[in-house]
Design a protein. Structure first.
Length: 95
């Protein structure tokens, strides 16, 4: 495995978390009565979820991995990419 694999695993966790939040925002916000209302609430909840993923993901990775994750991913450490991606995925599930 190489540098790209570590970066891909990390990015996959981030993207999967965003998709989870987007699906949940649509599922829990759409009522079907008024499209403007639905778009507004889906956008608001989706944006709040993405902001929470970004903030809590960065905070959690920094706290759990003592801010060494970026350096390890740059070295091509696949386990670091997997750990970081899994953390973002877990944040997406919780959010």
């Amino acid at each position: 495995m190489d540098l790209a694999s570590a970066q891909r695993l990390f990015a996959m966790g981030q993207v999967a978390a965003i998709f989870l939040v987007a699906a949940n925002a649509v599922r829990s916000s759409v009522q079907g009565a008024d499209i403007v209302h639905d778009i507004t609430w889906v956008g608001a909840f989706g944006l709040a979820g993405v902001v929470l993923i970004a903030l809590m993901g960065r905070f959690g990775v920094g706290l759990l991995l003592q801010s060494k994750l970026a350096a390890e991913i740059e070295r091509g450490n696949v386990a670091a990419g997997l750990a970081g991606g899994a953390h973002y995925l877990a944040i997406g599930i919780i959010t």
